[in-house]
Write a protein that binds this ligand. Structure first.
Ligand code: FDA
Length: 407
């Protein structure tokens, strides 16, 4: 049996970051992961360029049953701290929009940086390792072969590479999104083993699928993106939406999906930065013979207008033939479009998982379980879910960092 100060399960963003911090403090740390490839999600993220943080990250950009939980970690290790590290490594980046920072070249720069940090801190990474079980060593004095275990050892981790004992055990196995990249419910099972409840999980930051009648028309718009304000359950996001052959995607859709409940309608204002009704009134007085489709084509692609008018049940005639009420309804069809999604694409394509380990049972300052000394949960496995835009990685860095100071 191998003894070490710290074992981290999950070599993703949070796990690698935590192990590095522990290693820098002189703690011996081993990180286990069952995946062949390290940092799989980071490599895929941000379309291959990793949106590694957000300049405006604050606790308000996160969903958690306890809205105060993430404040401490986010303030102990901020986006500016991570940006300094990225600068130290000379990684080039840019702000894409809304404070979102992306690598100029490739997400691999971030993975390489994390691995270089691990190396500097003497962290041992063991991928392709199955975790068979995890046990508390409280009250246990010898390992399975009868050899005594040092008193400071608190956990035993049985793996496909043998038995390992540690003082601090960090669970960083992430959520359920993208099982193809190695996601498993392992972290939730460990939480349950230690009597920590799980807030029910759900795919989030995920495209909507549609009912058949909507899908037929919207499928025709596949590939078109329009600016929109998406609204549901008192939240709204002003970004753009993308029509796809499966349904609706794009940043505004992904954002609102985290707030949507099955059966609810989502309202889209497809003219979010102005007053479409006023615009049509003006066009009616200036070009009364122009068709509504021509007036709308000033703001949208022709292909979109051609499919949208019949879908919204709006007649296409010369503007002068619309009475004021009809013109208002035509504008509202675009600015107050309500649609009931059929569902979401689920964990297969979701960027994150809502819900997870109940944060009431975890210290917000260190991520240690309150009544279970030496056990920590960090990153997405916790019930902390960020908006789209670099917030989820910032949570991985911040929660990993604070745990790394005490493990
Ligand atoms: P993460 O999922 O990164 O790591 C968990 C690790 O645990 C994995 O390596 C996995 O193999 C391992 N593991 C799981 N079960 C195990 C088991 N039973 N045994 C051993 N190992 C196990 N966020 C953001 O801020 N900006 C962005 O640009 C993007 N883009 C993006 C794109 C895509 C396609 C996805 C799916 C997600 C994003 N995200 C994102 C979200 C972000 O990737 C995510 O929130 C973080 O990676 C979470 O970090 P963690 O370290 O908590 O889990």
């Amino acid at each position: 049996m191998i003894k070490t100060d710290v074992i981290v399960i999950g070599a993703g963003a949070a796990g690698l970051f935590c192990a590095t911090e522990a290693g820098k403090r002189g703690r011996s740390a081993i990180v286990f992961d069952h995946a062949k490839r390290l940092g799989g999600k980071i490599l895929m993220s941000g379309g291959g360029r990793c949106n590694f943080t957000n300049m405006y990250a604050s606790h308000e950009n996160f969903i958690c049953e306890n809205p105060h939980f993430c404040k401490s970690a986010l303030s102990q290790y901020t986006q500016w701290d991570f940006i300094s590290l990225v600068n130290e490594y000379g990684i080039k980046y840019h702000e894409k929009t809304l404070g979102q920072l992306f690598c100029d070249d490739t997400a691999k720069d971030i993975v390489d940086m994390l691995l270089a940090e691990c190396k500097k801190a003497n962290v041992s990474i063991k991928n392709r390792t199955e975790i068979l079980d995890v046990k508390s060593l409280r009250g246990v004095e010898s390992d399975s072969s009868g050899k005594p275990i040092g008193q400071s050892m608190r956990y035993l981790v049985n793996t496909s590479q043998g038995e390992f004992a540690c003082e601090s055990l960090v669970i960083a196995t992430g959520g359920l999104s993208m099982p193809k990249l190695g996601a498993t419910p392992f972290g939730y099972r460990v939480a349950e083993q230690f009597n920590i409840p799980i807030i029910p999980t759900k795919a989030a930051l995920v495209p909507f699928t549609l009912h058949e009648q909507d899908k037929q028309v919207i499928g025709e718009l596949s590939g078109i993106s329009v600016d929109a304000n998406a609204q549901c359950n008192d939240m709204n996001f002003n970004e753009n939406i993308l029509f796809t052959h499966r349904g609706l995607s794009g940043p505004a859709v992904l954002q609102i999906s985290s707030y949507w409940e099955p059966g609810q309608a989502v309202e889209f204002d497809l003219f979010p930065n102005g007053d479409l009704h006023q615009d049509l009134i003006e066009q009616q007085s200036q070009t009364p013979d122009a068709h509504l489709s021509t007036a709308l084509a000033k703001h949208y692609s022709k292909r979109f207008v051609q499919a949208a008018l019949p879908y919204f049940n709006v007649a296409n005639k010369p503007l002068k033939q619309y009475n004021p009420k009809e013109l208002q309804s035509a504008a509202e069809a675009f600015s107050q479009w309500q649609i009931k999604p059929n569902g979401t694409e689920g964990y297969r394509t979701a960027e994150v998982t809502l819900g997870g380990v109940n944060t009431d049972y975890v210290s917000s300052k260190t991520m240690e379980v309150k009544n279970q000394e030496g056990l920590f949960f960090i990153g997405e496995v916790l019930d902390v879910t960020g908006w789209l835009g670099g917030y989820n990685f910032q949570w991985a860095w911040s929660s990993g960092w604070v745990a790394g100071q005490v493990v």
